[in-house]
Design a protein around this ligand. Structure first.
Ligand SMILES: Nc1ncnc2c1ncn2[C@@H]1O[C@H](COP(=O)(O)OP(=O)(O)O)[C@@H](O)[C@H]1O
Ligand SMILES: [Mg+2]
Length: 298
């Protein structure tokens, strides 16, 4: 199978671990397959985490991003081309100015730019300066078709999107093409209500005209370890149980495959260093198991 699988990591809440999880999954999958990571969040967390060293931007990336902007090949340029004009987008070819390829052999990267913020609040109208807009939900799908043309014969096996907390047209277009949606949550009271809201909103308002529904995984991150090794606090377990019920009810009510992953990611300071230093082995093992668990359904 050489089809690209698209994974969107989402949550309306910030700080739950979307960016961290995007990177961790990317790392694990890249041990076997080639991966394309896309930072779709104007806050640029993933981009910064991967290209800043002690506050200084990596030289190679700096040169690359200047050239990318100059050639008008940032994600924002391409989005605006798609929205505004037929010709710009039709003429746009994916090349090395669109995809940064020097992170590692198996992980390529499309970084975010700040302009994605104004793009994300662009009114969702059919008209823009009097021009008819393309159907925005098709944006990412069409970009990825161009990526596939560029990578013909050697396609990415997985594309993982680090999504912004808020909605907006780019986010909708990502969800529209996603085969898999991963929702990290944290053990707190608002998380469960937020999860219920997010799932329902996805189902009723965002994924409405999709023929093949994406599988949804909900994953507990920042689980609080208890004193006994390998176990979590009562509170973490209580919130996990509540989230699990929300996922189960959603899945039954809407006949949509949604799964709560029974293994959690613990809260640990080691995770703050993963972008530069890798993972301690005990979390690494857990994450491999979590991915194995998910992969069965993908
Ligand atoms: N399991 C974890 N243990 C400890 N800190 C974590 C964990 N997961 C994420 N963090 C930290 O929480 C903050 C928010 O994580 P991030 O991945 O940026 O979330 P989001 O992308 O959802 O905003 C970051 O400082 C990150 O290092
Ligand atoms: Mg983030």
């Amino acid at each position: 199978m050489d089809e690209m699988k698209k994974i969107a990591v989402i949550n309306f809440k910030g700080g739950v671990g979307k960016t961290t999880l995007t990177w961790l999954l990317g790392k694990i999958i890249s041990e076997v397959y080639s991966v394309l990571l896309i930072d779709a969040d104007a806050q640029m967390s993933l981009t910064q985490a991967l290209t800043l060293y002690n506050g200084e931007i990596d030289n190679d990336f700096n040169r690359w991003s200047n050239a990318s902007a100059e050639k008008e090949k940032t994600l924002s340029h391409i989005f605006n081309g798609f929205v505004n004009s037929d010709i710009t987008f039709s003429k746009f070819n994916v090349d090395e100015h669109f995809i940064y390829q020097n992170l590692s052999d198996n992980i390529h990267f499309i970084p975010a730019v700040n302009e994605l913020f104004s793009d994300s609040v662009r009114p969702f109208t059919k008209r823009n300066n009097g021009k008819i807009m393309r159907p925005i939900e098709k944006f990412m799908e069409q970009v990825l078709m161009k990526v596939q043309q560029y990578k013909k014969g050697n396609p990415y096996r997985y594309v993982i999107f680090d999504c912004p907390p808020a909605g907006g047209p780019i986010m909708v277009s990502i969800l529209h093409c996603a085969d898999v949606i991963i929702i990290p949550i944290n053990p707190d009271g608002f998380a469960v209500a937020g999860l219920r809201f997010l799932l329902t909103e996805l189902k009723l308002n965002i994924l409405i005209d999709k023929t093949i529904l994406p599988t949804i995984f909900v994953l507990m991150n920042k689980a609080q370890p208890s004193n006994k090794i390998g176990t979590y606090t009562k509170e973490t377990e209580r919130f996990s149980d509540a989230a699990k019920i929300v996922v189960k009810r959603f899945s039954e009510t809407y006949k949509h495959r949604a799964l709560f992953i029974d293994k959690y990611i613990p809260e640990t300071v080691a995770i703050k260093r993963v972008f530069k230093e890798g993972l301690p082995s005990y979390i690494n093992n857990d994450l491999h198991n979590i991915w194995k668990n998910m992969e069965e359904f993908i």
